[in-house]
Design a protein around this ligand. Structure first.
Ligand SMILES: Nc1ncnc2c1ncn2[C@@H]1O[C@H](COP(=O)(O)OP(=O)(O)OP(=O)(O)O)[C@@H](O)[C@H]1O
Ligand SMILES: [Mg+2]
Length: 256
């Protein structure tokens, strides 16, 4: 279980996260849905003890993210955005390295790695050095690194970004299995379809603040919407979405 209590974080004068509270339960997939820059990654970095909140706190399996960092890390697997790899290690060595950091017994670690490799379809490159890996391959390796210690809580920051259709399905099936195993899963996304497919409950985050929390069905009902996208737009306001679309078009123009 992950419980966030009035988390706030500022960068200089900018409020990236403002009084964010929610509870993600065991056996549940909890979505953090919001546009670019909403504060999803910042919230997830706070939960994973990488970033200290200015105010508020959170617990992971009951351990406080401020005072019990080691216990929090032992009970949490996290897949971060833009995670990098040690290019001169093989994919397997990257995962073993993390397993050893967690103090896992050798046999247990290798069994966990074999399972992840099969599940994510990594057999063809597991013993290759990761330098030069494609985005999707890198994503799979860092996902494996997050899961090697079999954590009861899993945080996934845009887990399917950059993956092909087959890999995306594999990741979604894995998330479904985590839920069946009674783990607590938090995932961030801006994909409505992903939320509809996977999430039991979702918090809509916008400009650092939570605007609504509930099951997709509840949010649609409360906002008289026939689909989640309509509910989302009503919750965060159409104006905000237009601004985001413009920004994305601009940056696409610049990059390509
Ligand atoms: N280290 C930092 N220094 C300054 N500003 C930051 C820092 N980290 C995040 N921010 C700002 O905080 C806001 C929230 O960023 P965050 O990465 O949490 O958004 P996000 O919801 O994950 O967005 P995306 O969907 O694009 O990944 C953004 O305006 C971002 O520029
Ligand atoms: Mg992000």
């Amino acid at each position: 279980m992950i419980h966030a209590e009035a988390l706030s974080k500022r960068f200089k004068k900018f409020h990236a996260v403002e009084s964010v509270s929610f509870e993600a339960r065991d056996g549940e997939v909890f979505g953090l849905l919001g546009p670019n820059g909403a504060g999803k990654t910042t919230t997830l970095r706070i939960l994973s003890t990488v970033l200290e909140p200015d105010r508020g706190t959170a617990t992971v399996s009951g351990y406080d993210i401020r005072k019990q960092k080691a216990q929090v890390r032992a009970h949490l697997g996290i897949l971060v955005e833009n995670a990098g790899l040690y290019g001169n290690l093989t994919a397997r060595e990257c995962m073993q390295y993390i397993g050893r950091l967690h103090g896992l017994p050798h046999a247990q670690m290798n069994a966990a790695i074999d399972r992840i490799v099969a599940e994510l379809g990594m057999t063809s490159f597991i013993d290759r050095k990761t330098g030069g890996f494609s985005r999707g391959m890198t994503r799979k390796v860092v996902t494996g690194m997050a899961l090697v210690h079999n954590p009861p809580n899993v945080i996934l920051d845009e887990p399917t970004a950059g993956l092909d259709v087959v890999s995306m399905r594999a990741v979604r099936e894995m998330i479904q299995r985590f839920k069946e195993e009674g783990r607590c899963v938090i995932l961030s996304t801006h994909l409505m379809s992903e939320v509809e497919k996977l999430c039991d409950r979702v918090a809509i985050i916008h400009r650092g603040a939570i605007m609504a929390t509930g099951s997709p069905a509840e949010l649609m009902q409360q906002h008289h919407a026939s689909d989640l996208e309509t509910a989302f737009v009503r919750i965060i306001g159409e104006e905000a979405l237009m601004a985001e679309a413009l920004r994305e078009a601009e940056s696409e123009k610049r990059s390509g």
